[in-house]
Design a protein around this ligand. Structure first.
Ligand SMILES: Cc1cc2nc3c(=O)[nH]c(=O)nc-3n(C[C@H](O)[C@H](O)[C@H](O)COP(=O)(O)OP(=O)(O)OC[C@H]3O[C@@H](n4cnc5c(N)ncnc54)[C@H](O)[C@@H]3O)c2cc1C
Ligand code: SF4
Length: 338
């Protein structure tokens, strides 16, 4: 009989793991709390650095796991250690015994309203990176639909690298996401002036530097090194941003039609209760703790419990997919040697 493997979270980490487990002859069971598969990526429009449509990736992945058991709008109610494995009861009443469990519960987006000084939730023309992706996908957002947008700003590091916001870590994906979004905006509004306000640019991935150079040369995006000090609204309903250009040493004041806050990826506390039932630890950054961060990032301290994707830290799509595959190999080794 095929062995069960319970996967908590049906984002791309959970879906990729399910696909690999199916290929190895296991019975993956995805437990997903929302009403759809795909996690955050199902909210994105196009993916850096190749501008791949996110919906195409999600649809392809869904097709590849049509034989997996999927419980949507379901969570783990209880999980108990057995002599060899886990007894798991789901919120829909289903009970499962599984020798291995994969946690793939992902991340949360920093709540931009917590940074009051940027005016999210106060000024209509201040939106987040997630709102912008939603508008790219659906065209539904009265703040943008039907408007001729002539000037836009992007504020980097919102809720990241910010001790006051309770998160000193770099979110890793938002510099390159701002570039991706700036290019998409410029394709829709070719004459718009675009400003990216950054502390320093962290563009570590394959082709990211090319993406940045292209944004300047082909799309004329202006990169301004300096923290935004004040955001307000003028009488015409436009956003007024004050910043200091730390490269020229001059104060700067720009009036914009739209200001986009690059909210960072932060830990997802929704999984903490389940993690604590089986003694999977939480790290100092709030993400789940791996056995170590060099060699065994997809293994927890708890026997038979594995981790994949953004539940252990900020990750891109290719990193998440690679980690899901590595986690499945570890699960296979664990189950084969038991
Ligand atoms: C604005 C933005 C744009 C991005 N654009 C790109 C891009 O263009 N290219 C790129 O490479 N990367 C991009 N990323 C990064 C990408 O979103 C992540 O790499 C990816 O979402 C990680 O997938 P995941 O499955 O680990 O987590 P998630 O996408 O967070 O999925 C986790 C899933 O687990 C579920 N879940 C959570 N808790 C529980 C629970 N307790 N029980 C059951 N289910 C649960 C959630 O509902 C969700 O479906 C972007 C990130 C941001 C913030
Ligand atoms: S990736 Fe860029 S915008 Fe995001 S936290 Fe790091 S430095 Fe800031």
């Amino acid at each position: 009989m095929k062995q069960n493997v319970v996967i908590i979270g049906g984002g791309i980490a959970g879906m990729e793991a399910a696909k690999q487990l199916l290929m190895l002859g296991y019975k993956p069971i995805i437990v997903e709390k929302s009403d759809h598969l795909g996690g955050h990526v199902s909210n994105w429009h196009r993916l850096f650095p190749d501008m791949t449509p996110a919906v195409a990736l999600i649809e392809r992945m869904k097709g590849e796991i049509s034989d997996a058991n999927v419980f949507l709008e379901t969570e783990v109610s209880s999980i108990n250690k057995l002599k060899d494995g886990y007894s798991i009861v789901l919120s829909n009443g289903v009970s499962i015994v599984s020798r291995a469990v994969l946690i793939a519960s992902g991340f949360k987006l920093f709540n931009a309203a917590k940074k009051e000084e940027y005016g999210y939730g106060i000024y209509d023309q201040v939106i987040t990176n997630q709102d912008l992706e939603h508008w790219f996908n659906t065209g539904e957002d009265k703040r943008m639909t039907g408007k001729d947008i002539k000037s836009i700003g992007f504020v980097h590091c919102v809720g990241s690298r910010d001790l006051k916001a309770g998160n000193s870590q770099c979110s890793k994906v938002c510099c390159v996401t701002a570039i991706k979004q700036a290019i998409e905006i410029k394709e829709r509004f070719p004459t718009a002036e675009i400003y990216c306000f950054y502390m320093d640019l962290r563009l570590f991935g394959k082709k990211y530097e090319d993406f940045y150079i292209n944004a300047q040369k082909q799309y004329d995006v202006h990169f301004i090194r300096g923290r935004v000090s004040e955001v307000s609204e003028n009488i015409d309903g436009k956003v007024v941003v004050k910043a200091e250009d730390t490269l020229s040493g001059k104060p700067l004041r720009v009036t914009l039609d739209l200001l986009v806050l690059m909210s960072g990826m932060v830990c997802n506390p929704d999984i903490d209760q389940v993690a604590s039932m089986i003694n999977v630890g939480v790290d100092t950054d709030g993400f789940l703790r791996s056995r170590d961060n060099v060699y065994s990032i997809m293994e927890s301290d708890c026997p038979g419990v594995f981790l994949a994707g953004a539940c252990t830290g900020t990750k891109t799509v290719p990193e998440t997919v690679a980690e899901a595959r590595a986690a499945v190999l570890s699960i296979h080794n664990y189950l084969s040697n038991g």
